[in-house]
Design a protein. Sequence first.
Length: 190
Amino acid sequence: MDRVTTRPTPAYAPGLRIRAMTLDDCAAVADIRVRGWQAAYAGMVPQEYLDGMDVAEDTGRRRAYLSAGGPAVNLVVETPDTTLTGWACYGPCRDEGAPPGSAELYALYAHPDRIGTGVGRSLLTEVVSRASAEGFGGMALRVLRENERARRFYEQAGFRPDGTAEAFEAAGTLVPEVRYIRPLTPPAAA
């Protein structure tokens, strides 16, 4: 029996707080994102691309995106000492032909030192709960085809591949992704 798939995980890991991201969080979020890519995608994305990722540049992008507003929801998770340990972003699905009212998980990262501690599961639980409460009927996400760990993580949360595959270019190499979807249950009427 596979212990990973049968181990119960609390909805939120003890001591974590999930809140809306602020401009003051951009540097920490950029660090989580860049370190997350470098740790999770080694061997799947060209090393030259991963080595070229820059926290300062990513901080600027995070600030610009957050300042611009828009429909994306950015959430962070912090420990009791206010150290940021994870980040997630979701909003309306950007896929052409997506069913109306579909959400998309644009990003979900836990700091590499915090993988396996409940940070990612807590963030995903919150994202799904909020998207359901906002009336989204389903959620899509993309994951690297070769990222078996992430694929298992999303499958344990009820996401399933729908057969859609695309690729993005990184350092001259096409990196294949697959789309996962999950229906969302709207909150019960009061």
